[in-house]
Design a protein around this ligand. Structure first.
Ligand code: C2E
Ligand code: CA
Length: 527
């Protein structure tokens, strides 16, 4: 038997049995805060029960103490002592039938490793609350946890989880319940404000800025572990709690404080991006539903004639929403669906240009090659096959390639590029001068032209440095026998400056926006 003050957490009285289990005399236990005296596992059991009995009923759990190989039934209810609320707990050993009931319950509601209630229990506990106005939920997920398992072994991963659990239980000052939810931990505060949850989040983040020390033979293993942390409070707690927690922490890295607080606007966006991703996968596999190729002309500055078209992909979701190309291209790259998408864009563009008779004119078709793909034999074979099937001449196809962290021009890539050139295909270094592009590559890569990004044109008219840069790039390109294409030309002034630098080609809204197939048909005589 054990009596603990509900408002101050102090142990009011204990019986002999508890003293014996704890190995301490009653004088050393009474008057202490239970968090100082009990083991984390028992703290967890106590707090779960204490929170449960707020409804005025008696609550009981069955518990297995692994170290003592002992099953116990632990009951709790609220009593008044000296006009203050206390929790009265009684502990008794249990019978075989109660044990099997416990087993069934523990499988469904408890995390076996950490002996904590699980996400299902959290959902039920939240559903049982009369009101969620004053409720807060903190959710934290250990990042890199798989790495820790892989590098240090599952045993150490488990030890780390237990240490985190123990710290979360013993450092909690308000009465909050800890749960193990999916791959993380959730802290349910039943009478807590958002400010309190934010304070606690800062404390948790602070603890994770220091190492965790695990026993490793005679030594100790010191590990740093980073977390993602999100808070959901008030009425939102009821709202598909587990998905909400995940969506909340997805934005965690974005807040400077290191944690994120659920807000409806951010959630709507997170939901939108999930829906968009799901729809992109379905549409790509479902015959490229909603996709279209647009064509933006590239103009020869000396003559003012249209000389090439860049094929640019467009996608409209089934609900009619047009999605920004850089967004869905990035998603497709992330989902490893870009090869499928790009080969469709190439084949469609080649087929449509052949249908308009452009393959027989003085004309080149530029297509983008995503830097996340690899320029291997499979890619080259696919491209040649597509050229063969559409009847498009290889020497009128220009592949625009951007260097990136994933696509550095190593020997394998250069070999691939040479093979493309042997087949007559033209090569352009895209977005040159931004990101990863390196001048060393200009002499190594068998390119025919380089294309500069719109960024350089923005200050071209006003900024002297911008002009020096563009002029130097143009001179260098010409010196190396490359043509230079300026992208994103919007004004006459920009055009005049580029003409002065002998830039060969330009592309931009000044000449034309990307055109649909129908619009291109009407303009096709320009080639
Ligand atoms: P990018 O390769 O640099 O393509 C040029 C982008 O600049 C296009 O944007 C084009 O519409 C835009 N642009 C052209 N002239 C102007 C101008 O004067 N002003 C402004 N503000 N913008 C101009 P878009 O179509 O939104 O494409 C964005 C990026 O998405 C492309 O950048 C390219 O990296 C990628 N992308 C588009 N279609 C495909 C595709 O089929 N495959 C792959 N792998 N990437 C694609
Ligand atoms: Ca491009």
């Amino acid at each position: 038997m054990l009596v603990i003050g509900r408002d101050n957490g102090l142990i009011k009285s204990v019986n002999r049995r508890v003293c014996r289990d704890l190995g301490l005399p009653a004088e050393e236990i009474a008057g202490q805060n239970y968090r100082k005296i009990f083991r984390p596992e028992f703290i967890s059991v106590y707090e779960r029960l204490a929170a449960g009995c707020e409804d005025g009923q008696e609550h009981t759990v069955l518990y297995y103490w692994a170290e003592m190989a002992l099953w116990e039934q632990i009951s709790a209810r609220v009593i008044q002592l000296d006009s203050r609320p206390h929790t009265l707990m009684s502990v008794t050993q249990i019978t075989e039938s109660a044990r099997s009931k416990y087993r069934a319950e523990s499988v469904a509601y408890f995390d076996n490793l950490l002996k904590l209630p699980n996400g299902r229990k959290l959902e039920e506990d939240i559903n049982e609350l009369a009101s969620v106005e004053t409720v807060t939920l903190i959710y934290l997920v250990l990042e890199r946890f798989e790495d820790i398992n892989n590098l240090y072994g599952w045993d150490n991963g488990d030890r780390l989880l237990k240490q985190v659990r123990d710290w979360l239980l013993t450092s909690e000052t308000r009465r909050a319940q800890l749960y193990r939810v999916d791959n993380g931990f959730a802290v349910l505060g039943r009478h807590a404000t958002l400010e309190e949850a934010e304070d606690r989040s800062r404390e948790i983040l602070e603890r994770f800025s220091r190492p965790w020390s695990l026993p490793a033979g005679a030594n100790r293993l010191s590990l740093y572990c980073t977390i993602k942390l999100g808070i959901v409070s008030g009425q939102y707690v009821r709202n598909e709690m587990r998905n909400l927690l995940l969506r909340t922490i997805r934005t965690a890295k974005k807040s400077a404080a290191g944690y994120s607080v659920y807000d409806e606007q951010a959630d709507r966006e997170a939901k939108r991006s999930i829906r968009c991703r799901d729809s992109l996968i379905t549409c790509i596999f479902n015959g490229m539903q909603g996709f279209e190729v647009r064509y933006q002309p590239i103009v020869e500055l000396e003559t003012g004639r249209w000389r090439a078209l860049e094929a640019l992909c467009r996608w409209t979701m089934p609900d009619g929403t047009e999605i920004e190309p850089s967004y869905f291209i990035g998603l497709a790259e992330h989902l490893a669906l870009i090869e499928r998408l790009d080969s469709w864009v190439r084949a469609t563009a080649m087929r449509q240009c052949v249908a308009l008779g452009l393959d027989r004119r003085d004309f080149v078709l530029n297509v983008n090659f995503s830097p996340t793909q690899s320029l291997d034999d499979l890619f080259i074979a696919g491209l040649l096959k597509s050229l063969g099937e559409t009847g498009f001449p290889p020497d009128k196809l220009n592949l625009e390639i951007t260097e990136s962290a994933r696509m550095n021009f190593d020997e394998k890539t250069i070999t691939g590029l040479r093979r493309l050139k042997e087949n007559g295909i033209i090569l352009t270094l895209d977005d040159f001068g931004t990101g990863y592009s390196s001048f060393a590559n200009l002499t190594r890569v068998p390119a025919d032209s380089l294309k500069t990004e719109k960024l350089f044109l923005d200050d071209l008219v006003r900024d002297r440095h911008g002009q020096y840069f563009m002029r130097t790039l143009a001179d260098m390109a010409h010196y190396l026998g490359l043509k230079m294409i300026a992208e994103g030309v919007e004004t006459r002034e920009q055009l005049e400056v580029l003409r002065g630098f002998q830039v060969d080609y330009a592309q931009g809204y000044l000449f034309s926006r990307p055109l649909s197939y129908e619009e291109l048909r009407q303009e096709s005589r320009r080639f």
